[in-house]
Structure formats: structure tokens, C-alpha cells
Design a protein around this ligand. Structure first.
Ligand SMILES: C=C(O[C@H]1C=CC=C(C(=O)O)[C@@H]1O)C(=O)O
Length: 397
């Protein structure tokens, strides 16, 4: 039984071996084993009675855990893109915090052996995706809609089963600064990924959010790579795509905050695959009791994964996306009984079950978007997971 975890503060904990749930961050990383109790109640749209039911079910789970002697219970897991769908949250039987740096230094770098692909299919295909982008752009002229995030899924069948442990190790070695996650979904199916985007971290009264929107593919040539990053920073299309997200986050957080600091222009951040426009937001809550999970549910879905206005964007997504996003573009993370916690946006991810894999990627569409570039952007984003799986990008995209 690893609750509570006295070794965390001393930093004595070593590498987490295979865990049912894993979440890594520069702040606190967490692994969990087993399920003490589940919370499947949908988060439900804000201000509905069902939102209260959801928050009550989280409190009930904490009380049950404390009654059973778990002193510092932590709710972990994922919330889907669509808040009317069931949550996949649970309090693990055993749970421990650890330092990501300890885990990273213990991993041995090894490139992925090439995986043999039996079947690979993008839904929608290139033509349909570009059609949907064109349809979204046309919509901007005739409606209130300013931005919509459109996505696609790569359905892959490999010749052999893959090891989730190995893919995860490769994701961590590829980008040690990412937020990595692993969550059991159903049967042998697991969700894994390496997100660059922090939805919310809330510790005491302090909160941090780091929205990303506006992207460009990294280049092999160093000069070209730098030039691509700089051009992203000055692109009016990408600044607009980014500003829509930051404005909405400001709007949502302002009523809850004593102070809120939001830089007026974005910075540039990078993963090994992508450049992104990034804004680091800091704030102090009026009510320290408001939990990280509650805040995350208020923010989700931001225009970085849905669009703006949210309702119109959601309607367009429903109309043009022919697959269920499920947990993709939802949020994943943890929250303790004091309300502290961290939630990241569920992107650069996929589901794995034996030799069956689904990888997801989306792109923010605004009035100056070009269907061809948005298609290529989703391909570049898929590169993160494809590389960890050892699948040649030319074969897949
Ligand atoms: C929806 C995704 O990315 C979002 C996060 C960062 C940048 C994005 C963009 O530039 O479109 C997206 O808003 C994804 O990676 O699948």
C-alpha cells in the first residue's frame, strides 16, 4: 500500500515500473495501480444539475477512500472531449508521486524497431478532411463561428502486438519535457500520449495554465527550423488562432481569480515534432477550496481543441467529424482531496490494444487557414506517436 507517500518530499523514490495509470509533469508525476473506486458520471455541461452530481460523486469517492484508511486519496484519469459522455476517473488502490527527472535518467535510449503495418487508414481521408476545412472556412463568413478544431484518426493494424511500456518509454525519451500519460480504458485497451499543453495546475491558491495554439512542423535543417519558428511567431493567422484561445481562458478564469497575469503576446515553444505559440498564464484564486478538477471542467473544452464560440464549434465538429473523439481532446490528470492537481489536454495520443492502434490529431481552423496546410499539420502532429511506434511516416501519412 503506497498511500500516503512519505518518500516523495525526500525525493528518495526511484523509477516507477509498469503502472496502470501514469502521469508525468515537471511539477509532480504520479503512478497508480489498481482501482479502489471509479467515477464514471459524466462531467456534464456547466451550470446543469448534472455537473453538481458529478462533483458530488467525486467528493463521495474521496470520503469512501478516507473511510477505508486512504489518508491522501487522489482522483486520476481522463475526461472525454464530449462532457455528456462518461468520465474515466478513479481512485487507484495504490498511488505514489515521484520525480519525472528520476524516471527519465533511468530510461535507456533505444530507437523503435520498425513495426510492420498490416493496414492503415485515415478517417476522414485527405480529400474529405480538406473538404471539411473548406466547409469550416465557408461557415466563418456566414455565422458567428470564428474558429473550429477539426481532427482525424489513423486506424492502424500492426502485424504484431506492441508493448505499451516500450512505447511510453520512447515517448518519454523523445520529449522528456512532455506531459506523458497512460490510462486503462476498457479490456486491454489503453490510452497513451505525450501532451505539450497544460490546461490547469492548481496548488493552494496558485494556478497556472499554458494554452497552445498556432503550430508549425519542426525542420531537420537548423537554420530552416529557426526560420519556421520565427515565421510562426509573426504569422497573423496563427496569432489570431492563438488569441481566440487566450481570450476565452481569460473570460473563464477572471471571475474566480484575485489576480490573473496574462502576457499580451505569445512565446514560442517546441516539441521534437512541432513549434507552437504558447502563453503562460498565472493567477491566484479567490476561493482556495475550488479544486483543480472543478477549474479544469470549467475551462474544458477550450478553443484549442473545440473552437469559438464553443457551442457553434461543437455543432460544426458534430456535423463534419465522422468518428467519435472519445478521450482525445479531453483532459487527463489528477486531483487530490485538498483540491490540488494538474490537468493536461489529451493530445499527441492514441489508444493501443494488442496490435490495434488509433492515433489522433487535430488542427485549429480560422478564416485564413488553407486546407492543404491543415492536413499537413495533422500529419506532423501524428509524427510524435508514429515515431514512438516505429512506423515510417511516409508509409502512414
Ligand atoms: C488539437 C491538437 O492540437 C491543439 C494544440 C496545440 C496546437 C493546435 C493548433 O495549432 O491547431 C491545436 O489547437 C492536436 O495536437 O491534435
Amino acid at each position: 500500500m503506497l498511500f500516503p507517500n512519505p518518500d516523495f518530499e525526500s525525493g528518495r523514490l526511484s523509477v516507477p515500473d509498469s503502472a496502470d495509470f501514469l502521469f508525468t509533469s515537471s511539477y509532480r508525476s504520479l503512478r497508480g495501480k489498481g482501482v479502489f473506486t471509479e467515477i464514471n458520471q459524466p462531467v456534464a455541461p456547466d451550470s446543469s444539475d448534472r455537473r453538481k452530481l458529478f462533483l458530488d460523486s467525486v467528493q463521495l469517492a474521496f470520503s469512501k477512500a478516507k473511510d477505508r484508511g486512504i489518508q491522501n486519496p487522489v482522483v486520476v484519469g481522463a475526461v472525454p472531449f464530449d462532457l455528456t459522455q462518461p468520465s474515466r476517473l478513479f481512485i487507484p488502490l495504490e498511488c505514489e508521486f515521484f520525480y519525472r527527472s528520476d524516471m527519465v535518467s533511468s530510461l535507456v535510449s533505444q530507437s523503435a524497431c520498425a513495426s510492420r503495418v498490416e493496414r492503415i487508414q485515415s478517417v476522414p481521408d485527405e480529400w474529405r478532411f480538406k473538404q471539411s476545412v473548406a466547409q469550416a472556412i465557408a461557415n466563418f463568413q456566414h455565422s458567428e463561428l470564428q474558429k473550429a478544431v477539426l481532427s482525424r484518426v489513423l486506424n492502424i493494424e500492426l502485424a504484431e502486438q506492441v508493448s505499451v511500456d516500450e512505447i511510453l518509454s520512447r515517448l518519454i525519451i523523445q520529449n522528456p519535457a512532455g506531459y506523458h500519460f497512460r490510462i486503462p480504458i476498457q479490456g486491454t485497451q489503453e490510452l497513451i500520449g505525450s501532451s505539450p499543453e497544460l490546461l490547469i495546475r492548481k496548488i493552494g491558491v496558485e494556478l497556472v495554465s499554458n494554452p497552445l495554439a498556432g503550430s508549425a512542423k519542426r525542420q531537420n535543417n537548423a537554420d530552416l527550423d529557426r526560420a519556421v519558428g520565427e515565421s510562426l511567431l509573426t504569422s497573423s493567422k496563427d496569432s489570431y488562432e492563438h488569441r481566440v484561445v487566450v481570450d476565452e481562458i481569460r473570460q473563464v478564469l477572471t471571475p474566480y481569480c484575485e489576480t490573473l497575469s496574462i502576457p499580451s503576446t505569445p512565446d514560442l515553444i517546441s516539441t521534437p515534432a512541432m513549434w507552437h505559440l504558447s502563453t503562460l498564464i498565472n493567477g491566484q484564486l479567490k476561493n482556495p477550496k475550488m479544486s483543480a478538477l472543478e477549474l479544469a471542467c470549467q475551462l474544458h473544452p477550450t478553443p484549442a481543441v473545440c473552437g469559438f464560440p464553443t457551442k457553434d464549434a461543437r455543432n460544426l465538429i458534430r456535423l463534419v467529424e465522422s468518428f467519435d473523439r472519445g478521450l482525445f481532446t479531453g483532459m487527463v490528470g489528477w486531483c487530490d482531496a485538498e483540491g490540488n492537481g494538474e490537468w493536461v489536454v489529451t493530445i499527441r495520443c492514441g489508444t493501443v490494444s494488442g496490435n490495434q492502434i488509433q492515433l489522433f490529431a487535430g488542427a485549429g481552423i480560422v478564416k485564413d487557414s488553407c486546407p492543404e496546410s491543415e492536413w499537413l499539420e495533422t500529419g506532423a502532429k501524428l509524427g510524435t506517436m508514429l515515431k514512438a511506434l516505429g512506423i515510417e511516416q511516409q508509409e502512414a501519412l
